[in-house]
Design a protein around this ligand. Sequence first.
Ligand code: 2P0
Length: 330
Amino acid sequence: MAVDHTAVAHPNIALIKYWGKRDEKLVIPNADSLSMTLDVFPTVTTVRVSPDERADRVTLDGAAAEGEPRQRITAFLDLVRELAGRSEAATVDTRNAVPTGAGLASSASGFAALAVAAGAAYGLDLDPTALSRLARRGSASAARSVFGGFAICYASRGISADADLNAYAEPLSVPDFDPALVIAVVNAGPKPVSSRAAMRLTVETSPLYWPWVQASRTDLAAMRTALRRGDLDEVGEIAERNALGMHATMLAARPAVRYLSPATVAVLDSVLLLRADGVSAYATMDAGPNVKVLCHPADAPRVAETVRAAAPGSAVVTARRGPGAGLRTR
Ligand code: 2P0
């Protein structure tokens, strides 16, 4: 009898960003990245092996998936089947708690949940490193959502066959750091350019891209030290400059990719005012206009109120560090 395998995964927000691949087919980043997995906006994904079906059936947020989202999920299922030595079709139902493709890391939680659920459905027995490697093939940021709390994703330094093996995430123990992340959803609509297309264009055309990758390596080393110390101001400063630098690489692409909107800039201004007022608050943005503000949990209500006033109509959600991806047992 067909059995449902249901997995839950949460998005993660990178403090040191991943932007750009050195191998598009294997999804291997150009640089290491470091993130915090959240306790909000889960993806819940159920996979059932369906031997009687001729093709995969994929439902995304309640509707039949089409186009690129469907293609990426079926290509991922093909990879799982190849690893498992199986050929049956699957039925997949995946639901995101946030709008898909709005720069709120739905592909990170999505492919982490799919890796866990599809891996279980097809009988793969993967350790966390192998699971992270598998999730990476769906979306590189998904490699980090396999783990709870903080995670570091290694871009492979090896060549060819080693490259796949050496590109994976692992948890980073940060016992003395438990910040809040206030998320200002200034626009929940789909992004105008996919992150995949935008990063390709940036790598190929932006004169700022490689200098940023260089700077990112220095940022990562400094970030590890700051996290170990539990120093929110240091962590925040590094995260903010790394994110702004990433956006600068896109603004310098030809043609420019600009995800930041007037509401984004209004929130960034309000974060500067909070700092001028003595509040430790630091911003980071991903492939979209939404802003995530790192702060002490005790300051989160004030930060939330400030960013809501700066971008009226925004949904504001406060996140803390959340769990890694796993099967839901009933
Ligand atoms: C990150 N982002 O580190 C960066 C920062 C967005 C900006 O990872 O092509 O969906 O599927 O590997 O993981 C978004 O890109 O891209 C992302 P693919 P992904 O979180």
